[in-house]
Design a protein around this ligand. Structure first.
Ligand code: ZN
Ligand code: ZN
Length: 394
């Protein structure tokens, strides 16, 4: 460990208690009122200039001339009924921190305090940004829409981390380039003509139409995307009708897609619309289908120079055996919204959450229960080490 690394003694005292408190009191996306208030109160006590922006909280700590680093933590929980059996399980029915954002908050607050208490070690501006509604891809856009760009100094770089099932707890994982996919959801409504189930010739059956669409969509990745490229098209929901002897007049499909390449994403989006319209025409549908796009996540595409600088800082601080390669994850994130709005480079790394004697349970699972330590200590140190890669005095 470098001798110029901030002391974490006063931070580790409260981190575990705050983690359990946040885990017991999760709040859904864009409803993080108490969580945001707790974060703001603590940042103010540390000496940060604190603002509430778009449902989130941002704290700025100026410490003389130098670079400006933004570190982002997401703060929302999920509509999941917790089944971990932990003594600090969620006290809110059907809401759970099942993605580790409670750990992200605690690590980011720990880093914020350690940097505030060690201003002799660094120079520049540290921006601790706590973003709401990552799970619904709304939070980054909400903060930008509420004037974030005019409310804080322009950062030189943006950083973020996420608790994952791999690497093991106590380790971090980084990579340059696309690490998380772009994701889109589409609500598609196709129209038929209602009829008695015994008289199909008098109607247009949207159940058969929707079924043909579901099968035909499987051809997009198999036949239209190059084998070397990554793409996923999943129909997660098909709904039509109420009764066996009624042909309904419409069907609704919920489609989700993922890509690591925006050209592939465009190809898939265009193919979905083309196939749906084509099948509707083939079925004699009496009305054009409708497409409602929602939960649209941008790609997370780590800047190569930023990633190299963070990785070098991690290797220096943790040792090479605790710094792994982050494989591509087909999940999606809205972290890049804020750095893209500023036009600044960013990187996003994985934080190990499970020790060797635990069976890792994936994010969003009702049993998701990362080890409190060494996860919190590692995540706090990672945030500090990465920020100091820009802020350390020459
Ligand atoms: Zn999540
Ligand atoms: Zn998450």
């Amino acid at each position: 460990m470098s001798t110029t690394f901030p002391d974490l003694g006063s931070v580790s005292q409260w981190q575990e208690e705050l983690y359990k408190h946040l885990h017991e009191h999760p709040e859904l996306s864009m409803e993080e009122t108490e969580t945001a208030a707790e974060i703001a109160r603590r940042l103010e006590a540390m000496g940060y200039d604190v603002q509430h922006v778009g449902g989130g909280v941002v704290g700025v700590l100026g410490n003389g001339d130098g670079p400006s680093v933004l570190f982002r933590a997401d703060i929302d929980a999920l509509p999941v009924a917790e089944a971990t059996g932990l003594p600090y399980s969620s006290k809110v029915e059907d809401v759970m921190h099942a993605c580790g954002h409670d750990a992200h908050i605690v690590c980011a607050l720990g880093a914020a305090q350690a940097l505030a208490e060690s201003r002799d070690l660094w120079a520049g501006t540290y921006i601790a940004l706590f973003q709401p509604a990552e799970e619904t891809a709304e939070g980054g856009r909400s903060m930008v829409a509420d004037g974030l760009l005019d409310k804080i100094p322009r950062p030189d770089v943006a950083l973020a981390q996420h608790v994952l099932v791999a690497p093991p707890a106590g380790q971090v994982a980084t990579a340059a380039g696309p690490v998380l996919s772009a994701g889109d959801s589409i609500r598609i409504t196709v129209f038929g003509k209602g009829s008695h189930g015994s008289m199909p010739h008098l109607g247009v059956d949207p159940v058969v139409l929707a079924s043909a669409i579901v099968l035909r969509l499987q051809g997009i990745v198999a036949r239209e995307i190059a084998p070397a490229d990554f793409g996923v098209v999943t129909v997660g929901s098909v709904q039509a009708g109420t009764k066996s002897n009624i042909i309904p007049d419409h069907a609704t499909l919920l489609v989700n897609l993922r890509a690591y390449d925006l050209a592939v994403r465009t190809t898939m989006l265009e193919a979905i619309e083309r196939i749906v319209r084509g099948e509707c025409a083939a079925a004699g549908s009496p009305q054009e289908p409708t497409f409602e796009y929602y939960d649209q996540f941008p790609m997370t595409d780590n800047d190569a120079d930023v990633d190299a600088r963070v990785r070098a800082a991690f290797v220096e601080h943790f040792g090479a055996d605790r710094v792994q390669h982050l494989p591509r994850i087909p999940a999606s994130e809205d972290f890049s919204v804020v750095p893209d709005a500023f036009g600044i480079p960013y990187t996003y790394w994985g934080l190990g959450g499970f020790t060797a004697d635990q069976t890792p349970v994936p994010n969003h699972n009702p049993g998701f229960a990362p080890a409190i330590q060494p996860t919190l200590a590692t995540g706090t140190e990672a945030a500090i080490a990465a920020a100091l890669a820009w802020l350390t005095k020459e």
